[in-house]
Every structure is written in C-alpha cells, then in structure tokens.
Design a protein around this ligand. Structure first.
Ligand code: ADP
Length: 294
C-alpha cells in the first residue's frame, strides 16, 4: 500500500460551551467543557487512516498529560506515531469558547508543535519512502518547506492545505502538486473572492487546485483543463468542524490508491458529508466501510 506521510500539528482542543463569551476582565459561568484531540495535521492523519490509508504522522507532542492522550488518539485510529516526537514542555493546545449561537473565539498555543523547526534523517527518510505527503501551515514554516522540498526531490506527491492562511513563499509552492484551500483561504491567497477566478490565479503557482466550498462541494481545477464543480451530498450538518481535514485525508487515500480524480473527489465529499452530520472533529471522521456505504 502507498504510504501517506503527514507532517503537521497535533493539538488538544479545550472547548468551553457558554451562553455568551466573556468580555476581557469578565468571568461567566459556562455550560459544558470538552477536551477534543485536534490539530490539522493529526486530524488529516486520522481521517486518512480511518479511510483505509497506511499513515505515518511526523510532528511533536509535549511531555504533559495531553501528549499521551494525543498519541493514543492517533494510534487508536491506526496512525503510525513512531516519528511523533515527545518534546519537553506542553503539547499544543487550542482554547476555544463557543457561545449559544455557535460563534467561537480561539487562542492557539503551538507548544510542542513549535519545536518542529527542521527535519532529522528519520523524517527525511520517511518522506522519501512515502507515496504522498500531506502538509498544512500549523508547524513552523521552515519544517513545512523542508518537507515539501524533500518530497519534490524524491518524486513524492505533495498536498498542501494552506491553513492558517498566510502568504506562501515560492520555495514552498514550487514543490506543491495539489493545493486544497477552502473558499476563504483561496480568496485570501489569490485576491479573488470568486472561486473560479481564484482557481485560475492559483493555477499560475501550482498545477492542480481543489477549492472546497462547504455545502456547495468543491471546485477542481488543473492546468490546461476547464475547472469542474463537484457538488457535495445534500445532508443536514450539525457540526462542520474537521470537514476540510476529513476531505483532504480521504482524498489522499483515494489518490494513493490511484483512483481517477472524479471518483477520488466523490469519495472525499462522501467522507466529509458523513463528518458534518456528527458532532466533534476527529471523533466524527468516518471509517472506510461507512464511506463505501455512502
Ligand atoms: P473547511 O472545513 O476547511 O472550512 P469546507 O467548509 O469548504 O472546508 O468543507 C470541506 C468539504 O466538506 C466541502 O468541500 C464538502 O465536501 C464538505 N462539507 C462541508 N460542509 C458541508 C455540508 N454542510 N454539507 C455537505 N458537505 C459539506
């Protein structure tokens, strides 16, 4: 089976549900608290492993109590964590306040993720031996660039999720085979709010772009062909957290299995549609049998 390497973040999401978020200096009593394993890298790894991929996670957790829980969560879904290092100090955390309208305010503290500034020989060999590399932007950019360069030098296909969105250096984009922004990230990166115009612009920098459009589906654009809109299955969404990561992780598995693009996108959309119908991020990601049934 083609191996999928994920070089990315692992966070514990600490979520406080409250009627209304406190103003600075104020204390409010909330309704509920949940700790939810997250981080875009770990979420994509979980989604890919559950979809049937052979997945290896490269990154770091802290030596605190969350570190062990985050590692267990990945392993529970079948992700290889041999290259998920344990760094001295706290794990990455996201402190999230969700109000009764579902609006949120988030403080992300990178913690151990910030220690991943460069790759060692083990990580380089793992990327070189993989068939696909998944990248996001929650690790230091130096490591992301090094991962992409290593993949390019070894002929390993690279998929980049440009989140959290930031200006992307040419040295990174030159090594990306497939860019998967959501609508807002695509607009930010291209300067065009219209996804068709954004895709056209982004194709000047990478050969293939898939812009995810939430309930509307996704726009697939490859150099030299007309962009195609793939609609998403119509479902009732209860929590769209993790939809994009489920989409990318599942898409990676389908591409690793050499499925044709329309089939791979349909698979990714089916998995993401299953994810949004259940609460939570990584916990709501579907397994292969569920995706196939859908
Ligand atoms: P992100 O989660 O990164 O913001 P999107 O909101 O674009 O990304 O969602 C990613 C994918 O998840 C979409 O392309 C779609 O396939 C699926 N998706 C998201 N929201 C819904 C929804 N309400 N109904 C069906 N599919 C959805």
């Amino acid at each position: 089976m083609t191996r999928i390497a994920v070089l990315g973040s692992t966070n514990m999401d600490l979520v406080a549900y409250t009627e209304r978020a406190p103003r600075l200096g104020e204390t409010v009593t909330g309704r509920e608290f949940r700790t939810v394993p997250g981080g875009k890298g770990a979420n994509q790894a979980v989604a890919a492993a559950r979809a049937g991929g052979d997945v290896l996670m490269i990154g770091a957790v802290g030596d605190d109590a969350y570190g062990g829980l985050l590692r267990d969560n990945l392993e529970h879904s079948g992700v290889d964590t041999d290259l998920l290092h344990t760094a001295e100090g706290p794990s990455g955390t996201a402190h999230i306040v969700v109000d009764s309208a579902g609006a949120n305010a988030i403080v992300v503290i990178p913690g151990a993720n910030a220690t991943v500034t460069a790759l060692g020989p083990g990580e380089i060999a793992a990327i070189a031996g993989a068939g696909l590399l998944l990248l996001q932007l929650e690790l230091p950019l130096s490591a992301v660039v090094e991962g992409a360069r290593t993949a390019r030098a070894q002929g390993v296909r690279t998929i980049l999720t440009p989140s959290p969105v930031q200006p992307l250096p040419a040295e990174l984009l030159d090594c990306v085979d497939l860019l998967v922004p959501n609508e807002h990230e695509a607009a930010e990166l291209s300067g065009f709010a219209d996804p068709w115009a954004a895709a056209d612009h982004l194709l000047g920098r990478v050969p293939v772009v898939v812009i995810t459009l939430g309930a509307k589906g996704c726009l697939y654009a490859a150099r030299g062909t007309e962009p195609v809109l793939f609609p998403a299955p119509e479902v009732t969404a209860v929590d769209t957290t993790g939809a994009g990561d489920t989409f990318v992780g599942t898409l990676a598995v389908a591409l690793a299995e050499h499925r044709p693009v329309p089939e791979a996108l349909a698979w990714a959309a089916a998995a993401a549609a299953l994810c949004v119908q259940r609460p939570g991020a990584s916990a709501s990601m579907p397994y292969r049998t569920e995706i196939e049934a859908a």
